[in-house]
Design a protein around this ligand. Structure first.
Ligand code: C2E
Ligand code: CA
Ligand code: CA
Length: 454
């Protein structure tokens, strides 16, 4: 086999490129698509095993976790090795981008462990990228393919001795940004697996009436118990799920669990407290879920299935949904008309225009925990929270304060007229078992103390 340097210097002529058309038209990910069963997101290859061959269709790309892979053109004694790739390298990505058949073959040089990247994972990222970036990718791909063809020609025409490609440590593998991107793709693959492997769990944080410290409802908060990473907090994976289409099936699952568990909590409450108090469930809804045309219908199907009053399901949305005001207002109006309540989460920390509050009716304002936590120490935070509560009351909205950690926070917020409290002072988020235990006791603040997350 002939060897060639791994950093080619030959360029195809740029004039011959029709770069704008060569990046494949990316199909929009369907919001309804089910999560691909990706138990096979890691593949192990034996020494000498062919991973793909020149001319075959491109279906996946790979990130090398361990081992070496050779990329070559031609076959048998006429094969030309183009490069040797090691941990941190990606290969097989070209065909996923431009939908061309493979222009080279790949083979494991020893035992190798690779993470498989699906066409959909690449497509979503390209779809979200700037058109100039797509153009640059096209040019780069075209040059790469021309380079492969050139070496096949050289190989067939003369005995050329080319330098051995060193398995050099590539600078980009050490680049923190490169590592971060690879880590993100791995996290995404693991998250897909998490859904099919039942690694996600709903936790519930109780919410309390500020007037009498009695429990009034819950907020569902997602947890991921990952076998390799331990308990992964939602901040580490929700944003990633939102960037991809994963948030839709995950969100659907959370909604279904929240309805099922609310029904259980309500029945348990009624049995142990002998009251008809209607507990509610708040569920965090991502912009992407809200943008689905059938979102409200999905909710209605769920409440009918679990025999829940729509009024007891609160949809927590952030101000970000108002970036597209007309659509957001329509979706909120539809959900409210169907009987669901809408709460504005993290109020005052996001999109700063208040015009949507004039144009759109909602039910609750959630005061962000960053305000609550400064309420004792910052005069300005106190003024802001007082004003938010005052404004909410005048608009006929219920106020919920998040992040209440001390008795002092609670006292001040109560005096300001806040309606509902949520925070570690009352309870941390709990599993279903934890909530059932809480509802069995007298679920009032004085009786509880600061329970650890179970
Ligand atoms: P969030 O909606 O603002 O949820 C409240 C967060 O504050 C939760 O963090 C909760 O555990 C935490 N928290 C509650 N009381 C206190 C307190 O007294 N002190 C402090 N320091 N923190 C408190 P968590 O569970 O880590 O969730 C973080 C964020 O992840 C949530 O913020 C929400 O934006 C997102 N998230 C969680 N579950 C879901 C979900 O099912 N769907 C979507 N779309 N987002 C979710
Ligand atoms: Ca929330
Ligand atoms: Ca919040």
């Amino acid at each position: 086999m002939l060897n060639v340097p791994s950093s080619p210097t030959i360029n195809a002529s740029a004039e011959s490129l029709d770069s704008s058309s060569s990046v494949k038209a990316i199909p929009s990910p369907s919001h309804n698509q089910s999560i691909p069963a990706s138990n096979c997101n890691v593949r192990l290859f034996r020494e000498g095993e062919t991973i793909f061959t020149e001319g075959s269709a491109s279906d996946s790309a790979y990130i090398i976790e361990s081992g070496l892979i050779e990329i070559f053109v031609g076959s048998g004694s006429e094969a030309v090795q183009l490069s040797v790739l090691g941990p941190g390298d990606i290969f097989g990505e070209m065909g996923l981008i431009d939908d061309y058949p493979r222009s080279a073959s790949a083979r494991a040089m020893g035992p190798c462990r690779c993470i498989v990247i699906s066409a959909a994972q690449i497509a979503e990222r390209i779809e979200a990228s700037n058109p100039l970036v797509r153009l640059l990718i096209s040019i780069s791909l075209h040059r790469n393919r021309a380079y492969n063809t050139y070496f096949k020609t050289v190989m067939n025409s003369a005995h050329v001795v080319l330098p051995t490609p060193a398995v050099t440590e590539k600078a980009y593998v050490k680049d923190p940004q490169h590592r971060r991107i690879l880590e993100e793709i791995k996290l995404e693959s693991d998250l897909q697996k998490a859904v099919s492997n039942d690694e996600l769990q709903p936790y519930y944080q109780p919410l309390f009436s500020m007037a009498d410290n009695g429990i009034v409802g819950f907020e569902s908060l997602l947890r991921w118990q990952c076998p390799d990473r331990g308990m992964v907090p939602p901040q580490q994976f929700i944003a990633l799920a939102e960037e991809t289409s994963l948030i839709v099936p995950i969100g659907d699952w959370i909604l279904e669990r929240a309805c099922l568990d609310l029904k259980t909590f309500q029945a348990h409450w009624q049995k142990h407290q002998a009251t008809q108090n209607r507990l509610f469930m708040s569920v965090n809804i991502s912009v992407r879920q809200f943008q689905e045309s059938n979102f409200c219908d999905k909710l209605l199907t769920l409440v009918r299935r679990y025999n829940i009053d729509p009024k007891s399901l609160k949809l927590e949305v952030t101000e970000r949904i108002f970036l597209d005001q007309a659509d957001a207002i329509r979706a909120i109006d539809d959900c409210r008309a169907a009987g669901f309540e809408v709460a504005l989460d993290d109020f005052g920390t996001g999109y700063s225009s208040l015009s949507y509050l004039e144009r759109c009716e909602i039910d609750n304002l959630k005061i962000d925990q960053s305000f609550t936590q400064k309420i004792c120490t910052s005069h300005r935070a106190r003024v802001l929270v007082n004003s938010i509560i005052d404004m909410a009351k005048r608009l006929g909205l219920l106020t919920i304060a998040e992040g209440i950690e001390t008795e002092e926070h609670r006292q001040i917020l109560k005096e300001m007229g806040c309606d509902i409290g949520q925070g570690f002072l009352f309870s941390r988020p709990l599993s279903v078992t934890g909530i059932l235990a809480l509802l069995t006791q007298s679920p009032r603040l004085a009786a509880m103390g600061n329970t650890p997350e179970d």
